[in-house]
Design a binder for this molecule. Sequence first.
Ligand code: FEO
Length: 391
Amino acid sequence: MNGEKIIDGVYWVGAIDWNVRNFHGYCTPKGTTYNAYLIVGDKNILVDTVKKPFLNELLERIRSIIDPQDIDLIVSNHTEMDHSGCLPELQAITGATVLASKKGVEGLKMHFPDLKTEEVKDGQEIKCGNKTLKFIDTPMLHWPDSMFTYIPEDGLLFSMDAFGQHYAVSKRFNDEVDQAVLYQEAAKYYANIITPFSARVLKTLEKAKDLDIKILATSHGVIWRTDLDKITALYAQWASNNTPQKAIIIYDSMWGSTGIMAKDIAEGIAAEGVTVEVLKLTETDRSEAMARILTSRAVIIGTPTLNNNMFPTVADMAVYMKGLRPKGRIGAAFGSYGWAGGAVKDLQAVMKDGGLEMPFEPLEVQYVPDAAARQKCFEFGREIALKIKAQ
Ligand code: FEO
């Protein structure tokens, strides 16, 4: 396995994880990559490592360019173990100090107490031969320790988790891959990783606007060397919760009643000319549902009552979404119950806690929806559509 040249003096030496299908609860049907980079010159610098099981792949790719022992410095842009997992091994081989942000040094010490580290400050520059490394703190993208590293001579920004995609592919650049898959995976990644930090995204875009950036070298997926305006505009749009007039209905059903409600609510929304899609959670993973929420102005969730609680798949979805806190969206809850309800009220509360605006009383139906109940569902959908259109 070889390293791949990104520009003169900078190589990709990461790992391709073709088979990962679950990335801390995020379903990754296309796998992912852990991107590490090697800058070679008067000083040889490794920017990040890879997840621990991929150590040999990293070393093999480095060896195709230089002897790993010749690495002088290591930069750790982010403490999460998919990027820092091999730091002790690389330090043992190279003796190189690991540069990280203040929070990065603190985090690394908690994972690896014996690691030799040095703090770099926001805006600090170090000259390495013919290249300058400038460090830019980007807290919460995606952890408090995160930072970008920028090479002004090349307009190359190592953007860490930002602008990434969980997309294992044999090509390294954005213009070499299927564009539909690329943007779908970039959106899914934003929805499942970056959403809670949208305010930080806007601040970071502002902070980076004066940098002359020609390449965004992310830590997952392909590297952006064209269409930088497009992906940064999409980040600004997603971070601003600027959504199209679209609704998504996410539900599960035990004996079919909540499913009937979901379809009738969808009919009511569509009758008002608003686009709507419907997902059943036993068929669709939570992270795929989150990707659809990213581009929906209304999120309508339905659950049956099971033992006085939400149906397990819906509870899972609701709590996952609450953690990701998609804001600036309308929410609504509905569902059916047998002899005692409770689930829909709980669902409404979790959705509200997650930051959704909940202007409607939850809609509940006992046992099987009759014609009158189905009409109520249709009208519920129409009301939601009118609210969407009013925004
Ligand atoms: Fe790819 Fe937040 O680590």
